[in-house]
Design a protein around this ligand. Structure first.
Ligand code: ATP
Length: 369
């Protein structure tokens, strides 16, 4: 059983940078956990602390129920795959994969079996004699993964392994890593700044910002129920639309009024109780691009959820189109069907799905609904 847990882990680098702040986290046996966040948020440092490549300033790291703080990386039974592959340029593919096992004095037939098995899984069987310079980026990354597989570690750690690949190869390798996880049934911890990788690969995602863990949850939980504006903004493409404004009460109903603008929508009855303390206060309204409809294509339009805006730009994406809409004060993006091609710079009616909207505290960014 290869659980990994971090208890109150912090990392302060010499010079005072607090890269990781009091992170506590449990990774289940066989789980695929993704650590997601923007550049500099502390995700690589967290992974390196698990690997033992960095020492935690505070807190404890456990692998398979054993405290490993004082155990060197090579004895932690982990294998790490890096963004830059870190292959030995003078060794062929076979020797790159065999190297770690030779260092550990594995018998030759055992090494040969493991290398050939891994090469089979990764489609490298015909490339075993090539040097890294004779391989494509995707093939090199496969060798780096193969080198991890042959070790049969308790835990795989991936640090942005696909960042150096072009978009198409990235997608292909993403699927391969997914398959590998299903096949190997190992615990995997994967660091990325790419929310698509996080959503598609993770059983659960940890979102980090400025060294602090913001939220842990399944991809759908994180998407549908972000705990704060940072998470709401970071997950989703295009990002969630945010509008500053005020909650007002009229005739026992609540409305959201855009700040200094004309956008006004009625708040759904099910949300009013939680928003009562925010009446007459500034708030941030959030709506995802797929929850804004051209009125012509909306089934639930009413005066309460219809907003007049001008479509300034239409971006056709093939299967869908992004409409850039101006309320006068804010620009919103609506994701609509590809056939929906409104005229530009003319006022038109758009419908908000008010059951799906979010509200955030203006000062803390915390989710209210
Ligand atoms: P990226 O996606 O850019 O790799 P990250 O989220 O993985 O970013 P980290 O590499 O963990 O971020 O870095 C977190 C913070 O710690 C950053 O501010 C970084 O500059 C700082 N940092 C990282 N390594 C060191 C170091 N060896 N010495 C001092 N500061 C460091």
């Amino acid at each position: 059983m290869a659980q990994v847990s971090l208890r109150n882990v912090s990392k302060v680098f010499p010079g005072g940078v607090e890269a990781v702040k009091d992170v506590s986290l449990g990774v289940e046996d066989k789980e695929f956990l993704v650590i997601l966040g923007p550049s500099g948020c502390g995700k690589s440092t967290t992974l390196r602390v698990i690997a033992g490549l960095e020492e935690a300033t505070n807190g404890d790291v456990f692998i398979a129920d054993k405290r490993v703080n004082d155990i060197p990386p090579k004895d932690r039974d982990i294998a790490m795959v890096f963004q830059n592959y870190a292959l030995y340029p003078h060794m062929n593919v076979y020797n790159n994969m065999a190297f770690g096992l030779r260092l550990r004095n594995y018998p030759k037939p055992e090494i040969d079996g493991r290398v050939r098995d891994a090469a089979g899984i990764l489609g490298l069987a015909k490339l075993l004699d090539r040097k890294p310079r004779e391989l494509s980026g995707g093939q090199r990354q496969r060798v780096a993964v193969g080198r991890a597989i042959v070790r049969k570690p308790l835990v795989f750690l991936f640090d942005e392994p696909l960042s150096n690949l072009d978009a198409k190869m990235r997608m292909q390798m993403r699927t391969e890593i997914h398959r590998l996880h299903i096949r190997l049934q190992s615990t995997m911890i994967y660091v990325t700044h790419d929310q698509t990788e996080a959503m598609t690969l993770g059983d659960r995602i940890v979102v980090m910002n400025e060294g602090v863990m913001q939220q842990v949850g399944s991809p759908i939980e994180i998407y549908d129920k972000p705990v704060n504006k940072f998470v709401a903004d970071f997950i989703g493409s295009p990002p969630m639309n945010f509008i500053e404004g005020t909650v007002v009460s009229k005739d026992s109903k609540l409305y959201f009024n855009e700040k200094l603008g004309k956008l006004k929508v009625k708040i759904a009855d099910g949300m009013t109780e939680k928003l009562l303390p925010s009446v007459n206060k500034e708030i941030i309204f959030g709506i995802r691009s797929e929850d804004i409809y051209d009125k012509l294509f909306a089934s639930n339009a009413s005066v309460d959820n219809t907003v007049t805006m001008a479509c300034e730009v239409v971006e056709p994406m093939g299967s869908e189109a992004y409409l850039h809409l101006s309320s006068g004060k804010h620009t919103l993006i609506a994701k609509v069907g590809a056939h929906n091609n409104p005229p530009v710079n003319q006022d038109m009616d758009f419908v908000f799905d008010m059951q799906k909207v979010h509200f955030f505290d203006k000062h803390t960014g915390d989710t209210i609904i």
